[in-house]
Design a binder for this molecule. Structure first.
Ligand code: APR
Length: 313
């Protein structure tokens, strides 16, 4: 039997998730959105079914406004929520999106309690925290998509700067999904060659700043809305690792219970994603400077999570 993937949110990221999941034949796809958007979602599902002969995939793609239809989903990817507009921070979305996540958590808890849940909605670190708390799901089962995207951006900017294949750039980004995230140049390599040995400090500093501001760079260009291709691909990489037990090690927002000195918060850390979900968090020995940077991002995430407690839903 085919796997089942539920996409909660049929907007820009949701539609790209559906297309990628179909093209990769990850399973049958159900797209869920609010009643006023269900027809649009149904149109997108039908359009994707009609793309199948040229896309060369077998997948049943449907849309719904009813959580009953996500029953039995193996994976749920949540993009329901408002995206940023120019001049907004991710945190500015908190008041609106926490209400949406509360609604989504109730629906997923009731109808897909076994699913591996990937949260994409911003402010990411706070939304994944709330979703986990509201559902009571295990920590293996709930994860936030942020570090996978931040690392993809870091790798892309390095490849663009050095004129090398992005395939050969390896690295990781720790921390929250905000401007104080922590890319790690010390552990970044280009075909096995340490980045710090082939790029000047000023160049690395420029790439670090661009990575931290990458989401905002796109929001400024769009004017309205935020990135959608790269977030969709990042979430699909995580879903695929779970569904196919690929055991990829991807930076994800996972519940830390002592790792990196963090307790009870979802923070971007390198995670082994297997058919068990978040099977393991890898701890890296950080330098004092990196530890200080991580402490700063943890304090920003703590502040946003605390704000969620003051919002009435
Ligand atoms: N239940 C289901 N879907 C909902 C709900 C809800 N309660 N509330 C809103 N939605 C849907 C909207 O109707 C819309 O179709 O979520 C979709 C969001 O799509 P877009 O506005 O296009 O936003 P998108 O670019 O996909 O980003 C979604 O991901 O990266 C984050 O910051 C981004 O928080 C934003 C989210």
């Amino acid at each position: 039997m085919r796997k089942k993937i539920a996409l909660v949110g049929a907007g820009q990221i949701g539609q790209n998730l559906a297309m990628l999941a179909a093209q990769k034949e990850l399973g049958d796809i159900v797209i869920l959105d609010v009643p006023s958007y269900v027809n649009m979602a149904k149109g997108k599902a039908l359009d994707l079914m009609e793309m199948a002969p040229h896309g060369n995939y077998d997948a049943n793609i449907t849309a719904t406004g009813d959580y009953k239809d996500i029953k039995g989903a193996d994976v749920v990817i949540v993009t329901a929520g408002k995206p940023r507009e120019a001049g907004m921070t991710r945190e500015d979305l908190l008041n609106v999106n926490i209400k949406i996540i509360t609604d989504v958590a109730a629906g997923v808890k009731q109808h897909a309690p076994e699913a591996f849940c990937i949260i994409v909605t911003n402010p990411l670190d706070a939304m994944v925290y709330c979703f986990h708390k509201l559902t009571g799901f295990s920590k293996r089962q709930v994860v936030g998509m942020a570090g996978t995207l931040d690392t993809a951006r870091w790798r892309s900017f390095i490849a663009m700067e050095l004129g090398v294949s992005v395939e050969d750039v390896a690295g990781t980004v720790l921390g929250g999904h905000g401007p104080d995230m922590v890319p790690l140049p010390r552990l970044t390599t280009v075909g096995g060659v340490p980045l710090c040995e082939i790029a000047a400090k000023e160049v690395i500093d420029r790439l670090l700043t661009r990575t931290r501001e990458a989401g905002t760079e796109i929001v400024k260009l769009f004017g309205k809305g935020s990135a959608f291709f790269s977030p969709a691909w990042s979430a699909i990489a995580m879903a695929e690792s779970y569904l196919k037990d690929k055991r990829r090690v991807l930076p994800c927002a996972a519940l830390c219970e002592g790792e990196y000195g963090v307790k009870g918060l979802f923070i971007g850390v390198p995670c082994l994603i297997s058919s068990k979900g978040v099977e393991k968090i890898f701890e890296i020995k950080l330098t004092d400077e990196e530890k200080a940077q991580l402490a700063k991002t943890v304090s920003s995430v703590t502040k946003t999570v605390e704000e969620t407690r003051t919002v009435s839903v």
